[in-house]
Ligand binder design. Structure first.
Ligand SMILES: NC(=O)c1ccc[n+]([C@@H]2O[C@H](COP(=O)([O-])OP(=O)(O)OC[C@H]3O[C@@H](n4cnc5c(N)ncnc54)[C@H](OP(=O)(O)O)[C@@H]3O)[C@@H](O)[C@H]2O)c1
Length: 250
């Protein structure tokens, strides 16, 4: 196994399930220490114990740390608590993965203010709050920058009926990612974003009946995130689009 992140530290938001869980696993397997967050303690506990039991991590067990804290990224105070916890657990921060995401799919005329606020608050404001806190740490004199990986969506490029809040949040996240990259590139802060199509998760609490034959596996998104981080310092993969290779015909 390639431990190219040995000694590095990461925060992954929304890491109790789905894509975030797989990214946390891949980061740990590459040698990083990881702080996970989500809104439900039982799911975080289950994720931490599942990760801790992976045989792929057994030879690394004294060299990495996994820990988790409840934090709703749409709430700025909880984001501050998350980063203060990560400071205590990890010391320094090298990588932030803004993965936490929420989806409400409803026409504008039928969408409540609370639903709109939840989607924009999680997918866009949450990414801003966490990125701001990460940049503050990456810019410290003793630190030589850091990396932010944002999990966006092809919905950040392709609007669809019923997607107003989700589309707006992911179009916004793409814009935020690119502007953030330009703002802090000269301070060695790298920003990348991944735009997946349909991924085989129980996104936003949807029950997963059985493994999909055609959707992207969350492990594949994790592998792409790791490929981005593996690039030499001089090169930045700033945007990646990912599609199922053989979706069903419409
Ligand atoms: N699945 C897809 O087809 C797909 C496609 C393209 C992009 N994406 C994006 O990929 C990301 C992950 O999606 P997924 O499919 O892995 O979803 P998922 O299985 O529902 O997992 C989402 C994770 O985020 C956490 N979360 C949700 N809201 C949060 C909040 N406000 N603060 C902190 N954590 C929060 C959830 O835990 P709690 O509920 O306990 O907080 C969970 O750990 C999202 O940004 C999504 O938009 C998904």
């Amino acid at each position: 196994m390639d431990r190219f992140l040995l000694g590095q530290n990461a925060i992954v938001t929304g890491a109790s399930k789905g894509i975030g869980y797989e990214i946390a696993r891949a980061l740990l397997e590459a040698g990083a220490s990881v702080v996970l967050c989500g809104r439900h303690q039982a799911d975080l506990d289950a994720a931490v114990s599942k990760l801790g039991a992976l045989t792929s991590l057994s030879d690394l067990s004294s060299r990495y740390k996994i820990s988790a804290i409840i934090a709703d990224v749409s709430n700025y105070e909880q984001v501050e608590t998350l980063f203060a916890f990560a400071d205590r657990q990890l010391g320094r921060l090298d990588i932030l993965v803004n993965n936490a995401g929420s989806g409400v799919f409803r026409p504008v005329g039928e969408m409540t203010i609370e639903e709109w606020d939840r989607v924009i608050g999680t997918n866009l404001s949450g990414a801003f709050y966490c990125s701001r806190a990460a940049v503050e740490r990456f810019r410290k004199k003793e630190q030589k920058g850091g990396w932010i990986v944002n999990i966006s969506s092809l919905a950040g490029r392709n609007p669809f009926a019923g997607g107003a809040a989700y589309n707006a949040s992911k179009f916004g996240l793409n814009g935020l990612s690119e502007a953030l990259m330009l703002d802090h590139r000269d301070e060695n802060v790298k920003v990348s974003y991944i735009m997946p199509g349909s991924v085989d998760t129980g996104f936003d609490g949807k029950a997963v009946a059985e493994k999909s034959e055609w959707k992207i596996a969350p492990e594949d998104i994790a592998e792409i995130a790791l490929d981005i981080l593996r690039k030499p310092g001089r090169t930045l993969v700033s945007r990646v689009e990912v599609r199922p290779s053989r979706p069903p015909r419409k």
